[in-house]
Design a binder for this molecule. Structure first.
Ligand code: PRP
Ligand code: URA
Ligand code: MG
Length: 217
């Protein structure tokens, strides 16, 4: 896996990350969603540099100019629910992508701390020989991403995969590394050191789905 950790270099991205972490700011859910979307735009711009480009003639009112345009067939796949604002940010830039939505949630049998990942809702086009962008704001244990990848493989084998994450744990990155093809790119804004006993990233930001859409029963 080729890891691109964007916060290794300072940029305006740091402000968006700081705001989604900050307990004094993150409860403004409109701002939280918009910040995740903005991070999706930044990550999307960065990953666009690794796509394939070909020469296309563009006619302006005054002449013709050759531009290098991406020739990748992109499928943008997000994990519900927290993935929705990140999906929107990526879609703002990859506006002609096909889209896939897959749900994954943690099921705690008998309210135990242990959980299993349940994949239920599944709506995806073929990904055969296409460029798959797999987006989830949080990479904690890594189990959701791997379960969703297993599910989407039923739709074909992608030519290349770009995983897009806002905050990940070192443990989660280690867990997913050998579960994806070697040439998979991981675009990750921030990397945190630990997970707590409930599998939450520390310091992280809390529950991304709840912050974006409200708590659930
Ligand atoms: O790496 P993992 O340990 O699998 O955890 C990460 C998952 O947790 C969050 O979803 P959550 O289960 O909270 O569902 P939600 O989006 O509905 O809130 C997040 O969006 C990831 O999908
Ligand atoms: O830290 C975490 C872990 C899983 N899901 C979240 O939203 N946050
Ligand atoms: Mg959640």
């Amino acid at each position: 896996m080729i890891i691109h950790h964007l916060q290794e270099e300072n940029s305006i991205l740091n402000k968006f990350i700081a705001e989604i972490r900050d307990v004094k700011i993150q409860k403004d859910s409109l701002r939280f969603r918009r910040n995740i979307e903005r991070i999706g735009e930044v990550l999307g711009y960065e990953l666009s540099k690794k796509l394939s480009y070909s020469d296309v003639s563009i006619e302006t009112p005054l002449g013709v100019k050759r531009e290098q345009l991406s020739s990748n067939e992109v499928v943008l796949c997000s994990i519900l629910r927290a993935g929705l604002p990140l999906h929107q940010g990526l879609l703002n830039y990859f506006d002609d992508a096909e889209n896939a939505f897959i749900s994954a949630y943690r099921h705690h049998p008998n309210n135990n701390a242990e959980f299993e990942i349940v994949v239920e809702y599944f709506a995806a086009p073929s990904v055969e020989n296409k460029t798959l962008l797999l987006a989830d704001p949080m990479l904690a244990t890594g189990q959701s991403l791997v379960s969703v990848y297993e599910a989407i493989k039923k739709q074909g084998i992608p030519k290349e995969i770009h995983i897009v994450v806002v905050i990940g744990s070192k443990e989660g990155i280690e867990f997913i590394e050998d579960k994806f093809p070697e040439n998979t790119h991981l675009w990750i804004a921030a990397v945190d050191d630990t997970l707590n006993s409930k599998g939450y990233i520390v310091p992280g930001l809390g529950d991304a789905g709840d912050l974006a859409f409200g708590s659930k029963l």
